[in-house]
Every structure is written in C-alpha cells, then in structure tokens.
Design a protein around this ligand. Sequence first.
Ligand code: ADP
Ligand code: ADP
Ligand code: ZN
Length: 213
Amino acid sequence: MKIIMLGAPGAGKGTQADRIAAKHGIPHIATGDIFRSNIKEGTELGQQAKKYMDQGLLVPDEVTINMVLDRIQKDDCKDGYVLDGFPRTIPQAESLGKALQERGQKIDFALNVDVPDENIVKRMGGRRACINCGATYHTQFAPPKKDGICDKCGSELVLRDDDKPETVQKRLSVYHEQTKPLIGYYEQIGILATVDGTQEMDQVFNSIETILG
Ligand code: ADP
Ligand code: ADP
Ligand code: ZN
C-alpha cells in the first residue's frame, strides 16, 4: 500500500504515519526527518536544506524530488510506504506520479489530515522532538513519561527551531500557497480522503483505518 500524508505543518501527519507504518509493516518516509538527519551529519544536502528550513521555506523541488525518488527505489519499499511531508508542491506531485507510472505503480491513498490554522499554533508550540531519534511528543497532548526526556532513547527533548511562533506563521503561509493546492490535485485523480485531524490521536487513527480498509 502506498500512502501520501497531506496536511498543514503540525496537523499530525507524522504521528499518524508512524501508526500506519507500524500497523501495515511499511516504512514511514518523512522528508523533514531525512533533511534533519543530513543536517546533523553535516552533509552537503543538509547544508543546502538548512538555509531554507530555518526560514520556514521549502527546500527547492529539484533537491527534494531526487532525494525521495531515490529513497522509494530501496528494497524496503517494495510492499509500499507512507510518505510524510512529500509531495508539498504540484511539481513534486507530478514528478512522483510520473516516476511511479513509468514503473507501472500508483499511489493508493492521499490522506488529508484536516486541522484549522487556529489549532496549529497550539500544536506546534507544544511539540517537542528528541535530539537523538526524532521521536515527537506534545507537552499537553502526548507528554513523555519523564519531563524533557525521550521515552524511546532517553535523550533530551527540544522545541524545534522552526517550531518557534515566527517561523510557524511563515510555514503556514507557505502551506496555503504551495501545498494546499495538492488537495484539489488528488481529489481530481480520485484518491483523496480527508480525516478530521482535530479529534484525539486514537480517533484520527480509527478514521484512517476505516478509510484504508
Ligand atoms: P506533522 O507531522 O503534521 O507536523 P506531528 O505529528 O508532529 O505533525 O504533530 C504535531 C504536534 O501535535 C506534536 O506535538 C504531536 O504530539 C501533536 N499531535 C498530533 N496529533 C494530535 C492530535 N490528534 N491531538 C492533539 N495533538 C496532536
Ligand atoms: P512538519 O512536521 O511541521 O510538517 P517537516 O518536518 O515535514 O515539518 O518539514 C520541516 C521542513 O523541511 C519544512 O518546513 C521544509 O523546509 C522542509 N521540507 C520537508 N519536506 C519538504 C518537501 N517535500 N519539499 C520542500 N521542503 C520540505
Ligand atoms: Zn529519542
């Protein structure tokens, strides 16, 4: 099964993609995570991406598209995957569609996790990420067992630089301009499904499972 997660920054794409991946035994591919691990390792890709991420802007399509098309060629992707954070622009969606078509493949579902902007700011302000493994928590809605410490690996939890309020506003406006048009794009293709992302995490997952069947 091949799934795309759509939704504003902080809508809960990563949270749900993790659960889908675990349940269906397919990899969770998050472009933001790939960029962040490249930044941590100091690769050229990381240095390139950081300039844009710090400003709340999208990393250029040519860099991002090649990275994802390489990743989904890997062996672990043969039974499907959940793409989280890609595509984020129409050209990214078109490149993905074309690459899959050439291999006789297609995306099964584009899941739109729908959360209004008002809720987003609160979600992002409380998000905490592990500096080591990238696991995500929320101070109010998904707190770790021990304050400021990752349940999974024991490392420190931090507020991502780009989750500070100024950058969140910028990312939201980038979302509305560049990413939201993908909802209409996938609706037209006939694979769009929208879930109410303001529900509790377990309920959002239930709604998704009903759609995936
Ligand atoms: P995205 O990948 O779309 O940016 P995340 O999955 O990282 O979103 O979620 C953003 C923040 O909101 C995290 O701190 C997460 O724990 C929290 N969160 C996710 N889903 C919900 C939900 N349904 N209700 C409340 N908080 C949520
Ligand atoms: P969120 O979880 O809030 O949705 P991500 O972790 O997915 O954020 O992305 C963080 C940043 O990484 C984005 O603001 C953007 O700069 C960059 N990025 C991630 N995915 C893409 C993409 N598909 N195209 C361009 N830039 C991307
Ligand atoms: Zn961790």
